[in-house]
Structures are given as structure tokens and as C-alpha cells.
Design a protein around this ligand. Structure first.
Ligand code: CU
Length: 307
């Protein structure tokens, strides 16, 4: 019963921060460092922000568009073998569109919306880039160049693109497709998820008798483990456990000491003394508990001085 109570208490304590969590918009915290580079203290950033400069060949802004892109592990679930993905893999906009992207990172790690191949005279390194550690939101704006072209969009955190966080953004219908866009184009190196076990075993030269022998060995190991567990359980359930022995030893020592102390005293005196001792012990445990509790919570809610 005590076990269940403590497990319950612990789960309530640990679930509180999870319940309190909500999506934070980091766009409001950004500081403008010039040249379209904006950053905030927790590491959210926008690079290549351009809200007003027309790229060469654009007479005016053709359209103003806003898209929300979600990024996270859960969007990769429908793509076999992938771990991360955007919720949309393909975009198409008119040339000279003023585009605002609201990037929502739903994972508890860092993700990026990084676009390549833009004109370098306007966009440093030809990039427009949003980045934030999630779960969080960050927004940025750029003006797309003229001309029909397909741009690569990806997350550049190591292995995130290879694991599926890759998309293509077409301007004016684009100039072709990029490879390995999940659900859109075929990967360069196709993994085979169709082969059944017989084919896999045949390739690895595993025979039926090998499998049978492995199964027998596995069953024997499991049985041995189970027997070991039962023996261990029987040991802890026995009347004289290790804890009992230690308890008895402490009890004997305390009795010997107390016996000397209580020599020649009345029953009432002994009772009073025992209750006093118990009260001191309880107040000590109470103090210890409140210290532990304040230690757990003090790191979270630090109250800053008013000035
Ligand atoms: Cu990523």
C-alpha cells in the first residue's frame, strides 16, 4: 500500500511540469542584429529576414502569403524508416511572393527550416533560415526571387535531413524535383521493407535448425532467469531477512543502553521519557522532509528582487 502511495505521489510531482508546458512564440523575443539576422537568448533565430527589399527582376510583390509549418517526430510516422519530418513536404508559390513562415517545432529538441539557393546578393550564403528548440514557434519573412526554380528546404541538425526532415519549395512551378523528399520523390538509396523473414534468413544463410537451436537456447535462458527470480523472491519473503537481523541488532543495543538508563525508575517515568524521545525523533523527521521538499521546489521558482 505504501509503495502504491509513494508511486502515486511521485507521478503527480513529475506530471505537474508536463501539464504546465505550452508552446512559446519566440518571435516576440527576437533582437534585430541587422542584415536580416535576428536572435533571442534561448537560441531561437531568423537569418535572411527580408520584409521590404525586392529581389532583382521583381517589379513588385506579386502576392503576400503566410504558411504554418509544423516539424516533429510524429510527422515522420507515416514514412517508413524516417525519424523526423515537416508536416508538408512540398510548397509552390508565385515568383516575387512575400512569404511569411510560422515554424512550429513540436519536438523537445532543436529543428530548423533552412532554405538554400536564394540570390546571394540579398540573402547571406543564399539562405533563409528559421531555427528554434522546441516545443516552440518562430516566424520569419522573405521575398521570393523571380524565375521558376525548386529550392531545397531542410533541417541541418546532423542527420535530421537524412532521417526525413526535407522538403522542396517551388517558385513558379519549379524546375524539377529533388530526390528523397518523403512521400514525394524516391530516395537515392531505397531501403527494402518488403522482404519477409525467409528472404532475410536466406540472404544471411540461416537454416531452420539454426533457428530451432536458438529458440531452445532462449527458452533455457528464460527458464533459468525465472528460477533465479523465484529463489530471490523466496529469500526476501523468508521470516529472517537481512533487514530483520539488522533491526534486531539495533533493538538489542538500544535495550541494553536504555536498561541501564531506566534502572530504578518507575513505569510512569520510563513512559514519559519514551514519549519525549519519540517527539524529538518525529520533529527531526519532519524537518528533514520539509528541507527535501524546499530543495526540490526552490530551483524552479526563484523570486527575483523587485528592483
Ligand atoms: Cu531537426
Amino acid at each position: 500500500m505504501l509503495k502504491f502511495l509513494s508511486v502515486g505521489l511521485l507521478s503527480v510531482l513529475f506530471s505537474a511540469p508536463v501539464l504546465a508546458e505550452e508552446l512559446e512564440d519566440h518571435t516576440k523575443m527576437l533582437m534585430d542584429h541587422g542584415d536580416g539576422h535576428l536572435m533571442e537568448m534561448s537560441g531561437g533565430m531568423v537569418m535572411g529576414q527580408n520584409t521590404d527589399k525586392l529581389p532583382g527582376g521583381c517589379d513588385s510583390i506579386s502576392e503576400t502569403k503566410e504558411v504554418t509549418v509544423h516539424a516533429g517526430h510524429k510527422y515522420a510516422e507515416k514514412f517508413p524508416g524516417r525519424m523526423f519530418a515537416f508536416d508538408t513536404q512540398e510548397f509552390d508559390f508565385k515568383p516575387c511572393t512575400k512569404l511569411t513562415i510560422h515554424f512550429i517545432n513540436e519536438d523537445k529538441i532543436r529543428h530548423q527550416w533552412m532554405m538554400h539557393g536564394l540570390p546571394k546578393y540579398m540573402y547571406p550564403k543564399g539562405m533563409f533560415h528559421l531555427e528554434v528548440s522546441g516545443p516552440a514557434k518562430i516566424s520569419g519573412t522573405l521575398i521570393l526571387p523571380p524565375g521558376d526554380k525548386t529550392y531545397l528546404v531542410h533541417c541541418d541538425i546532423a542527420q535530421h535531413m537524412e532521417k526525413g526532415m526535407k522538403a522542396q519549395l517551388k517558385v513558379g512551378g519549379g524546375d524539377g524535383d529533388l530526390p528523397s523528399i518523403p512521400g514525394v520523390t524516391a530516395p537515392i538509396n531505397q531501403d527494402d521493407y518488403n522482404a519477409g523473414l525467409p528472404e532475410v534468413f536466406a540472404a544471411a544463410k540461416v537454416t531452420e535448425s539454426d533457428i530451432e537451436a536458438a529458440n531452445v537456447a532462449l527458452a533455457a535462458t528464460e527458464a533459468a532467469k525465472k528460477a533465479g527470480k523465484i529463489a530471490a523472491a523466496a529469500q526476501t519473503d523468508s521470516f529472517v531477512s537481512g533487514t530483520t537481523v539488522i533491526g534486531l541488532a539495533i533493538g538489542l543495543i538500544v535495550c541494553a543502553l536504555m536498561g541501564r538508563k531506566f534502572q530504578g525508575k518507575s513505569v510512569a517515568e520510563v513512559t514519559t521519557y519514551s514519549f519525549d524521545l519519540l517527539r524529538v525523533l518525529i520533529s527531526f523527521i519532519k524537518g528533514l522532509c520539509s528541507r527535501i521538499i524546499s530543495l526540490i521546489f526552490s530551483s524552479k521558482n526563484k523570486i527575483l528582487p523587485s528592483k
